[in-house]
Write a protein that binds this ligand. Structure first.
Ligand code: ARG
Length: 473
């Protein structure tokens, strides 16, 4: 049916020799922009309906176009569509097949539009769907993170600064710190979605068109909030792609930070958590190895997303208005960013709820690191010492502990009183890990009650998120 495809150029009229074979391949985008086929067909249907309302197409012409585009979509879905590099891009491949299927009427579809507003529309639609899909995976990851945090609101671990044991925190508190990063990522993606959701359709090549088009109608039909304001800007703007990649780069940076912690924590030296075997791989030479490949790979993939952001910024830098062929280069970085973020989030959303914390090891590590030294200083302040003097006293006690391999909580009262006679028997309450975390009992603090309440608030925020259909309505 599709065999002897007419691949003569849709724009061949003014040319006196065929395109050089290499140039044809060099300038073609169909091998990667065919991914926009469904959005391209949706845009064409909205455009055709509008042309009918404007009296440019007859009722039967519209019906033919609808029938033809439905068949094109079906052929694409079934893998039967013959993509042709000679037809350059997704737009001309589909239009050409449509004309093959329905004849001359197919040639009327492009009335009052250009590939320039067409491609700008297609990318926005595609990216909008991608953001919604990313939103779903991100929400799944956040829910898993928060639920694990709620289970471990009282599980003690060392908190770190400079990767040195600093003060005890709860594991739930640490997990909710991850969630805060992800919560901001979600907000940024939704801001980006809000700004991109305007319809460039009708800008045509750059100046608008002489036909009595209704841009509100096509905008509505495609689920856009409204049409864009300026035709020149409409065909040249790729801010939304850059903005998305910036959100994605920051999101991947967060996943990379989390990955780093998971890699450290699974090591024998930390031994804080176990990752189920299904997220790890072995070594072909060292039989004892269980490597945290998933977090390592996500950490690595943050690099390519950062690269795509710089690529798009550089692509747009110095471009004069309006459309330039440079813009065809926006797609591969954008698509790879979408795929990388979706895959990374999916892996994380599956893996994070399956993390098995080694509660006893975490507690032991917190106990060993003089993590309650600040609590002892705060205790002395309550006994009337200025904080700097208290700091000095505790520093001396820690120095002795380091020398003897002994934690503050393991020293006897007489030893502690040797550093400061103000110390009483009640000091041992503040030197316990549970006492230390429970004392940080305020909004944003690590006390178990605060962590449990913060987890409840975080889950409530997730419940407020809109459930969107693919058209975003
Ligand atoms: N394949 C092109 C792109 O991706 C479509 C627009 C081409 N427009 C043009 N006048 N050559 O940007």
């Amino acid at each position: 049916m599709n065999k002897q495809r007419d691949t003569s150029k849709l724009w061949g009229g003014r040319f006196s020799e065929p395109t050089d074979a290499f140039v044809q391949r060099f300038t073609a985008s169909v091998n990667f922009d065919r991914r926009l086929a469904s959005q391209d067909i949706a845009g064409s249907l909205a455009h055709a309906h509008m042309l009918r309302s404007a009296g440019v197409l007859s009722e039967s012409e519209l019906a033919q176009i609808e029938r033809g585009l439905a068949q094109v979509q079906q052929e694409i879905d079934e893998g039967a569509f013959q993509w042709s590099v000679a037809l350059e891009d997704v737009h001309m491949n589909i239009e050409s097949r449509l004309t093959e299927l329905i004849g001359t009427t197919g040639k009327k579809l492009h009335t009052g539009r250009s590939r320039n507003d067409q491609v700008a529309t297609d990318i926005r639609l595609h990216l909008r769907d991608a953001i919604d899909a990313i939103g779903v995976e991100l929400t799944r990851l956040q829910r898993g993170t928060i639920e694990l945090a709620a289970q471990h609101s009282a599980t003690v671990m060392p908190g770190f600064t400079h990767l040195q044991s600093a003060q005890p925190v709860t594991f739930g508190h640490h997990l909710l710190a991850w969630n805060e990063m992800l919560q901001r990522d979600y907000g940024r993606l939704m801001d980006c979605r809000g700004r991109l959701n305007q319809s460039p359709l009708g800008a045509a090549a750059l100046a608008g068109t002489t036909y009595p088009i209704d841009r509100e109608q096509t905008a509505r039909a495609l689920g856009f909030d409204k049409p864009t304001e300026n035709s020149l800007d409409s065909v040249s703007d790729r801010d939304f792609a850059i903005e998305f990649c910036a959100c994605a780069a920051l999101l991947m940076t967060h996943l990379s930070r989390i990955s780093e912690e998971l890699v450290l924590w699974t090591s024998a030296q930390f031994n804080f958590i176990e990752l189920p075997d299904r997220f790890c791989t072995g070594s072909s030479i060292m039989p004892q190895k269980k490597n945290p490949d998933v977090p390592e790979l996500v950490r690595g993939k943050s690099g390519r997303v950062n690269g795509h952001l710089v690529c798009l910024l550089t692509l747009m830098k110095s471009q004069p208005l309006a459309y330039n062929k440079d813009n065809q280069e926006d797609k591969e970085p954008l698509f790879d960013t979408i795929d990388t973020v979706l895959d990374s989030l999916r892996a994380f959303a599956d893996m994070v709820p399956a993390i098995r914390p080694r509660v006893a090891q975490m507690r032991e590590a917190a106990r060993r690191g003089f993590a309650t030294a600040t609590d002892l200083a705060d205790y002395l302040v309550r006994r009337g010492l200025p904080f700097r003097d208290a700091h000095e006293v505790v520093g001396k006690a820690v120095a002795l502990g380091v020398q003897n391999g002994q934690d503050l909580a393991d020293m006897d009262l007489a030893t502690l009183q040797g550093f400061c006679p103000e110390i009483g028997q009640d000091v041992f309450e503040v030197l316990t890990l549970d006492g230390s975390v429970a004392a940080r009992d305020h909004l944003g603090g690590t006390a178990p009650d605060q962590v449990a309440a913060a987890a409840r608030r975080a889950l409530a925020l997730l419940a407020e998120r809109p459930v969107q259909d693919s058209a975003g309505r």
